[in-house]
Design a protein around this ligand. Structure first.
Ligand code: CTP
Ligand code: MG
Length: 224
């Protein structure tokens, strides 16, 4: 089986408040998505990389000069829809059901090739596939009306990152079934009764989401 990376890059970046899609904001000399794609380009086992843009995107080419992978302007209203459309495009490019797809957020621009390699090593002989994730560090509270109604058991809770690696032939129907609202691939796979493998990610593999995240990303990228 071959391995492909699929990069959803069609969000509007509402929470980041960057005055435009956050994936095109610049940190440490280039756009977030350019950093992301450079990391994926360094993963030798990938047979191809596909970026999913909004149909009206006018910024990608300038933001990612030198990118030579596939570009598909088929993004949807939610991340799940963008990924589902990207998977369909991968099929059009000849990807087979047994091929692996590694879905990675454009906004996780601190990605290191070694983490992708670790995920591939851990999952390529697995029945289901898996994802990078980290154990939750903080005590968790259940809220009800602005007050704590319960303390949630933290032990055994992980926060999901990307890449998330599943076979095309499993992920496509899983996302169709799961609908537009799921926020990651693993939850769609879980809904079919499968148990994705948890592979330890890195604190640095955070998703640029809020305004403060740009500064942190900048500092970390500059000191590499
Ligand atoms: N994404 C996408 N299509 C969408 C929504 C999100 O391809 N309709 C992508 C984003 O571009 C990002 C990744 O999915 O790379 C993770 O999503 P998120 O961090 O939620 O980004 P945004 O949706 O852009 O941000 P926000 O939710 O704050 O608006
Ligand atoms: Mg979003």
């Amino acid at each position: 089986p071959r391995l492909f990376a699929l990069v959803p890059c069609a969000g509007v970046g509402e929470r980041a408040g960057a005055g435009g899609p956050k994936q095109y904001a610049r940190v440490a000399g280039r756009s977030l998505v350019a950093h992301t794609l450079a990391a994926l380009a360094a993963v030798e086992r990938l047979s191809g990389v596909m970026v999913v843009l909004s149909p009206g995107d006018a910024q990608f080419e300038q933001a990612a000069p030198g990118y030579t992978g596939w570009v598909e302007r088929v993004g949807g209203a939610t991340r799940a829809e963008s990924v589902a459309q990207g998977l369909a495009a991968l099929v059009d490019h000849g990807a087979q059901p047994h091929d692996w797809v590694l879905v990675h957020d454009a906004a996780r621009c601190l990605l290191q090739p070694a983490w992708v390699d670790a995920l591939i090593d851990a999952c390529q002989d697995d029945e289901v596939g898996g994802l990078l994730a980290l154990p939750v560090p903080d005590t968790l509270k259940q809220e009800a009306g602005g007050r704590v109604s319960a303390t949630v058991e933290r032990a055994g809770k992980w926060q999901a990152q990307t890449p998330q690696m599943f076979r095309l032939g499993l992920l496509r129907p899983a996302l169709v079934q799961a609908g537009a609202a799921v926020t990651d691939e693993a939850s769609a796979i879980e809904a079919l009764g499968h148990a994705p493998k948890l592979v330890r990610g890195a604190l640095e593999n955070f998703k640029v989401t809020y305004p403060q995240d740009f500064e942190l990303a900048e500092r970390l990228l500059r000191t590499r």
